[in-house]
Design a protein around this ligand. Structure first.
Ligand SMILES: [Fe+2]
Ligand SMILES: [Fe+2]
Length: 251
């Protein structure tokens, strides 16, 4: 039996008002969710196609159909908020199939499904509560209902994948299951670090170039001043026109 620590989604609750602050941000986030759900649907349907165990095939197939429905509902909700909504490029890329069943093998694939679905269920619970807040800025009954509906499916995905892992543990494969969970967590942390690296790198390179500019410019100015040659060509002549004689001799 796998035991888990319950990490309270405090950060998600705190970030929700900022991340979902305007119609444009809401529509963009919903389109991002639609892309993720679509990628997930494609992977689950591919897993159903490849899996030999008929019980797992059925579960993966149902899971794939749920995710396809979620993708459609998120996309429709986004377009109701802003008809021109598009996902960010980084999120739109998640709509692709990743062939995880093939790449990870069955046990790590199910471990991945369990961990991802658990994270999604927590996130959607927080968002259902965020949009249901009575008379608060940002309250939207339609989105609260959407997230509450989708959370029901996500809980089913969490529970069936968990049941498969528990059954393997009961079958004497607990160490293998733990290793699979650890591998998926490590890989997830590495991927998150790489995703975060791009914006972090943009900010850091801006800072470094700013510091180099401020530190190096005085040196260039000094060298330019020391090596400056007198200007060639005509120079203005200063004449003092103090008397009548000065006015007679202006050249
Ligand atoms: Fe989903
Ligand atoms: Fe799901």
């Amino acid at each position: 039996m796998i035991t888990t620590t319950s990490d309270a989604p405090l950060l998600l609750r705190l970030a929700a008002p900022l991340a979902w602050r305007s119609d444009r941000a809401i529509a963009q986030k919903l389109m991002g969710f639609a892309a993720t759900e679509q990628g997930s649907a494609l992977d689950m349907l591919r897993a159903a196609e490849r899996e030999a165990d008929p019980r797992l095939r059925r579960l993966f197939f149902k899971h794939g159909r749920d995710e396809a429905r979620h993708a459609m509902r998120f996309r429709e909700a986004a377009r109701r908020v802003d008809p021109r909504a598009v996902a960010r490029a980084s999120e739109a890329a998640r709509a692709e199939r990743q062939d995880l069943h093939e790449r990870l093998g069955l046990m790590r694939f199910v471990a991945f499904v369990w961990l991802s679905e658990r994270r999604a269920a927590k996130q959607f619970e927080v968002l259902a509560a965020h949009f249901a807040r009575p008379a608060a800025a940002g309250s939207r009954a339609e989105l609260a209902r959407l997230f509450a509906d989708i959370v029901k499916d996500e809980r089913f995905h969490v529970s069936y994948s968990r049941a498969i892992l528990d059954a393997w543990c009961a079958d004497g494969r607990e160490r293998e299951v733990r290793r699979a969970l650890r591998a998926v967590r490590v890989h997830g942390a590495w991927s998150a670090w790489r995703r975060a690296g791009r914006p972090f790198g943009t900010v850091l390179s801006g800072l470094v170039l700013g510091v180099v500019f401020v530190a190096a410019m005085p040196l260039f100015a000094l060298v330019a001043r020391l090596t400056r040659r007198p200007a060639a060509g005509w120079e203005p002549v200063r004449t003092e026109l103090a008397s009548l004689d000065d006015l007679r001799r202006q050249f």
